[in-house]
Write a protein that binds this ligand. Structure first.
Ligand SMILES: NC(=O)c1ccc[n+]([C@@H]2O[C@H](COP(=O)([O-])OP(=O)(O)OC[C@H]3O[C@@H](n4cnc5c(N)ncnc54)[C@H](OP(=O)(O)O)[C@@H]3O)[C@@H](O)[C@H]2O)c1
Length: 328
């Protein structure tokens, strides 16, 4: 039974990896032949890089896309990659994708929740749920619930919930998760959803451990991708990510600002590395387990994003909001 004290859990392993490690370096010569992975958002940004890394090591990688033409352009013809359809804001689409996957009878060794949106204008799904909560957390919660039989069947699966240092911008509002009583604030909504991603890993791991299914939360670093599509020019300039021609580029390159190959490294480390055997329910960054912190915009995870009580509360709320009992 894993240690359920977040203070004790969030202890770095001194893995030997760091901010400059790339996904390929994490893999080393690892052979993933026979492993089956699903990577949501695997056709853009960090997900795409992760898919390429896993497929190059021999894994079969299923990439469910809401924009199939974009996925085809990014991944068509790569050996081992299969394209599928999925809209995380549409519960029917999630069920349909999971049913197709389960019908094939395959085990699922790796499930990576990389799809995401950030700081969007106010948007809601057909149930009235706030879009960042619906996409980044609730859709993935439902997906994992529906895919559970295949995860269990793998006999040693891992789930990677892609969180963010953005969780430090705000916690989860259990009273008003959908911004019905408070004014919508797009960064608070992102922070809430990324806190949810971290809490999900805690509660998922608690349930999955006895079935050999372990869950991790990962912060990739700050990487210029299409995720920044809703950031204003001022916000982009504030992180030195806009040049004089109005193009999004990173001027800063440090332990937090990374290349895409470095950004995918922690996702891949959580998904496959033996250093994490027997572990789970932890928030990781820079190819290691992160420390607990309370200082804003520093490496590490806030306690409110990894504590068991909030993780359990969120699990119950997610079951209620999705209408999907996730009993393992
Ligand atoms: N980039 C960073 O600096 C950074 C930092 C911390 C955490 N993260 C996290 O890393 C993850 C990946 O981000 P990224 O930078 O790779 O972003 P990205 O390049 O924008 O890729 C996001 C992917 O998610 C897909 N997606 C969005 N909404 C979806 C929906 N409703 N249903 C299905 N797919 C959907 C997008 O599809 P379309 O292309 O069709 O829209 C896209 O393929 C996110 O969870 C993000 O929060 C990123």
């Amino acid at each position: 039974m894993s240690n359920r004290n977040p203070l004790a859990r969030q202890t770095p392993l001194h893995s030997g990896f760091g901010p400059r490690t790339t996904a390929k370096e994490v893999l080393g010569g690892r052979d993933l032949t026979g492993k089956v992975a699903i990577v949501t958002g695997g056709y853009a940004g960090l997900g795409l890089e992760t898919v390429k890394a896993l497929a190059s090591a021999g894994a079969t990688v299923i990439v469910p896309a809401r924009t199939p033409a974009k996925a085809q352009a990014a991944l068509g013809g790569i050996p081992g990659v299969e394209l599928e359809r999925l809209e995380l804001m549409d519960p029917g689409s999630i069920d349909a994708f999971a049913e197709r996957f389960l019908a094939a009878g395959r085990p699922l060794h790796i499930l990576i929740h990389s799809a995401g949106i950030m700081a969007t204008p106010p948007m809601r799904d057909s149930r009235g749920y706030e879009a960042q909560l619906a996409t980044n957390h609730l859709g993935h919660f439902q997906l994992a619930a529906r895919l559970w039989p295949a995860l269990k069947k793998a006999g040693g699966a891992r789930i990677v919930s892609v969180s963010s240092r953005g969780h430090q911008l705000g916690g989860f509002d259990f009273e008003d998760p959908n911004f019905t009583a408070r004014d919508y604030e797009r960064w608070a909504a992102y922070a809430q959803s990324k806190t949810a991603n971290a809490l999900f890993a805690v509660a998922m791991d608690k349930r999955g451990e006895r079935h050999g299914v372990r869950a991790f939360a990962a912060h990739p670093g700050t990487i210029i991708t299409n995720l920044s599509r809703y950031m204003t020019e001022d916000e982009l300039r504030g992180i030195s990510a806009l040049n004089e021609r109005g193009e999004r580029v990173l001027f800063t390159y440090d332990d937090e600002f990374k290349t895409i190959e470095e950004g995918a490294a922690t996702l891949v480390w959580c998904a496959v590395h033996a250093q994490l055997d027997g572990k789970g329910g932890v928030y990781c960054e820079n190819g290691d387990i992160a420390v607990l912190t309370s200082a804003p915009f520093t490496p590490g995870v806030y306690e409110r994003a990894v504590n068991d009580e909030d993780a359990e509360r969120l699990w119950t709320l997610s079951e209620r909001l999705t209408g999907v009992p996730f009993v393992v």
